[in-house]
Design a protein around this ligand. Sequence first.
Ligand code: 6MZ
Length: 350
Amino acid sequence: MDWLVSMPKVELHAHLNGSIRNSTLLELARELGEKGTIVFSDFEHVIKKNDRSLREVFKLFDLIHIVTTDHKTITRITKEVVEDFAAENVVYLELRTTPKRNDSIGMSKKSYMEAVVEGLRSISNLDINLSSDDFDKCSSTNEKKIFVRLLLSIDRRESTESAMETVNLALEMRDVGVVGIDLSGNPTIGEWATFFPALKFAREQGLSVTLHCGEVPNSVEIQSMLDFLPGRIGHACCFQDQEWRKLKSSKIPVEICLTSNIRTETISSIDVHHFAELYKANHPIVLCTDDSGVFSTNLSTEYALVSSTFGLGRMELFELARKAVDYIYAGKGVKMELIKVFESVGRTLE
Ligand code: 6MZ
């Protein structure tokens, strides 16, 4: 495990609010309980529950949003989440979050995202590189270096107009590290046709797009999503034979979130997870955490799980981590820097 923690890693599927530290969530919930905004004991029980259905997970997210949705808290959790990923040697992080509007506290989607960016900038003891394409341009000499890029999520509850607003915000924020758009949220809600115009526009404007795809069986939607040819998809759990064939021929990289899929009972047990089939077929895959806070995991643990379940050795785990660099949404300069990082560690393994 120590070795897996020290290995450089790339995280491409992490939701900000799902990655909140348990200790922070409990602290914030306790404070709101004292103010009478929530009943803390209800909250405590839900947070500590382990195996939740996918529906229960989305109920939990609604609770988390009550606790986290003010500017100061968003700034705090962004800082903590990046620090946690850096601490386990994640060298490139694509962090995704849903810009939220809350008129009662004067929050717009834009001010929400500004709070996120403030969180990134407030990290003083890390070499955090937001807009530059080159590690060497970092001024400080701290040992931990991490590139962070942002994806703006469209929640499946949103309207076309609201989704379009998020895409326009992403375009405005390209110079502070926004590289793409994600479609996420409760997969039993919303229609592909609602989001399609905004996603198409995003891509036409040069943003990368990743989609939560096949979290529940929905053949029509899965086919439409694969036809869209997104840059990556997340999960791909409930695919039929025909969809597997289409996915494999498309070579669309899949963000694999093992613990999340097991905890939400989207996959019945780890040994039958489609990781094995995609890995054997040499299909592009990247191991990710999804919601490290909600599912009590981290990226090193996900690699350890692959090792213990599917028997991958050190070289194979390292290759898996290294190949993820091919699927990042940041530009060429960042890719080159990451290749160098992996090359230098790779030499010590030969
Ligand atoms: C689909 C998910 C998710 O955006 O508030 N989210 N959407 N499937 C999943 N796997 C179980 N995990 C998280 O982070 C939390 C939001 O991310 C999406 C949900 O919309 C959730 O409300 P942000 O930072």
